[in-house]
Design a protein around this ligand. Structure first.
Ligand code: NAP
Length: 296
């Protein structure tokens, strides 16, 4: 059923934005997206680049905006001043502009703002951001909440924090599938913990949240903290792959530096579930969504 919103997805080309656009579209909603790829812009794909102040002209018609686009690469956030500018200055400025035009705004953020040493942090818990990306997302949240407060519109603003999202093209899955097709073993890491969700789940959950217009902090999470070895076994089970083609390894053993290595990744979703009805995604559902398009 159509809600009363007209949606604008800032960052329609991102993993999350594309899935959200698809979900909203499939639900029969009126939805526009933004792109910074000028040659692909059109009636429903509006040109917007944070780095280009002239492109802040947005369709006044929209009533609900999801701010999805961000500088997401961890290494870039550590080293490139422009990444910090995009995440900490330009994003809150865009939130401010959207709120002042009367839209309800969802800012997408990340579990990493909690630092990864506390299991299942709640929506209103204090942050403990440790890496540059997480610190920037934390600051973006703080500034955006402050601007919503200054405008007296906290009832039209929410932050949705996400755990790691997997699509069938998300690394390392294409490499795993290619190896299994050749009957070669994969070496997943046992010391990388995450609480994955499928990109399809995130798209439909964000669309559901939009329909509810719930303000404040919200979370979307996988229901379990698992390692990449656990994920590999779940995928292999679903694809009838022999478990001998999984040889556990670790980032430490391989000498690979991982910028963000949380002990706990999953987010508590009590408030979100109570107010929106959305539940954490079970691992079996993540695997079902990922393997849907995979042919072996
Ligand atoms: N993926 C995850 O596992 C995950 C987990 C937790 C939270 N999140 C959050 O979810 C959101 C989306 O993540 P994602 O992984 O879907 O992102 P993504 O695929 O890395 O895409 C980032 C998007 O931001 C756009 N962008 C970057 N700089 C821009 C600028 N100056 N102006 C306009 N657009 C710009 C990019 O445009 P181009 O496509 O043209 O480069 C791209 O479409 C982010 O806020 C991220 O922090 C993601």
């Amino acid at each position: 059923m159509r809600s009363k919103n007209i949606y604008l997805v800032i960052g329609a080309d991102s993993l999350v934005g594309a899935s959200l656009m698809k979900s909203l579209h499939q639900s029969g909603e009126e939805v526009y997206g933004t792109t910074r790829r000028r040659n692909s812009a059109g009636a429903r794909r509006i040109y917007l680049d944070f780095e280009d102040p002239e492109s802040y002209q947005l369709p006044m018609k929209a009533t609900y905006a999801y701010v999805v686009a961000a500088a997401t690469n961890y290494d870039r956030c550590e080293t490139d001043p422009l990444a910090r500018k995009i995440n900490v200055e330009l994003t809150p400025r865009l939130v401010e502009a959207l709120l002042s035009q009367g839209l309800f705004v969802t800012l997408i953020s990340t579990n990493s703002v909690f630092g990864g040493e506390r299991p299942w942090p709640h929506e209103e818990d204090l942050h403990d951001a440790r890496i540059a990306y997480a610190i920037q997302k934390h600051e973006a949240e703080e500034r955006s909440f402050a601007t919503a407060s200054d405008q007296g519109v906290l009832d039209r603003f929410n932050v949705v924090r996400l755990t790691k999202i997997l699509g069938s093209e998300t690394s390392p899955l294409p490499g795993w599938i290619a190896a299994w097709k050749q009957k070669n073993a994969i070496e997943p890491f046992s010391d990388l913990i995450f609480a994955p969700m499928s990109v399809q789940f995130v798209g439909s959950a964000l669309a559901a949240i939009g329909g509810k217009r719930v303000a404040g902090g919200l979370h979307l999470s996988g229901s379990r903290n698992v390692s990449y070895v656990d994920l590999a076994h779940a995928l292999a089970g679903s694809l009838s792959i022999d478990s001998s083609l999984i040889v556990p390894s670790s980032a430490t053993a391989k000498g690979i530096h991982i910028a963000y290595k949380p002990t706990y990744s999953g987010l508590g979703m009590e408030r979100t579930t109570q107010l929106t009805g959305v539940l954490p995604q079970p691992l079996e559902d993540v695997v079902r969504d990922i393997t849907k398009d995979i042919q072996l």
